[in-house]
Ligand binder design. Sequence first.
Ligand code: GDP
Length: 301
Amino acid sequence: PTVRRSWLDKLRAGLRKTGSSIAQVFTGTQIDDALYEELEAALLMADTGVKATEFLLEDLKKRVKEAKVTDPAAVRGLLAEALSDLLRPLEKPLTVGEHTPTVMMVVGVNGAGKTTSIGKLTRHLAEAEQKVLLAAADTFRAAAREQLSVWADRTRVEIVSQEGGDPSAVTFDAVVAGRARGCDVVIADTAGRLPTQLHLMEELKKIRRVIGKAQDGAPHEVLLVVDGNTGQNALTQVKAFDDALGLTGLIVTKLDGTAKGGVLAAIARERPIPVYFVGVGEKLEDLQTFSAREFAQALLE
Ligand code: GDP
């Protein structure tokens, strides 16, 4: 329970950073237009976005009418329910075991927390007795390869890496090696930015195709790592990567330092892709499964 509390505390501390906290909206004595206007502003401040904010306000007004509440404090509870219901479709565990190996392709712009999240995910899987193989398909950045090697050492898993190689060739080799070595999971790290003139999405599509050639039906997961601290930008990235690659899941990082976590509501409303994990810090244990109810509570505190 102490571990659980500490991550929720980090999440709360981050989300609470907003100047006009959402909870403050409900400290008055009346449920009137002013309350809803203040709430609208607070939700937008938390990067919930126009569409999700409108949806939540309409939904909330219905709930208030039905429940016949007159106390603003009770409205807060109803909003928590509305938000939790909106976020619930994002709640889905990442499952492995159906394929040997399960191939995961991890994408995201540089700095989003991709390598760190892969390290955390690898440890999580290794602890569940899964044999993991990492593929360093960001062959453009030496630092990215090195960083992934450090994670491989730390989590004691194997890694396929090649200096300056072709990203799809490295990935292909890794998937083939993963099958030959009886691995349960192959995780391919990819570039978040390419040297000029090359197009990231085209490169990633090529990697995706090549993975399918190495193993029928793969990749089984295309995961996007997005920085929750970038608010509405995170939604833009979700849409762009999903349009190009067809995402199966998200890892939303840096929710420990942000007041913009409302973007998850925007994602739920506009592009509901499962949030397999949320990142609430730089340590290995700071990757947590997403709970709609807990997140809604934390955002409204
Ligand atoms: P990449 O370029 O996408 O591979 O990003 P990195 O994994 O190198 O992460 C970039 C920075 O963000 C590093 O300093 C990480 O320690 C940090 N980081 C990653 N995830 C989190 C998180 O959930 N919370 C915080 N506070 N920092 C994070």
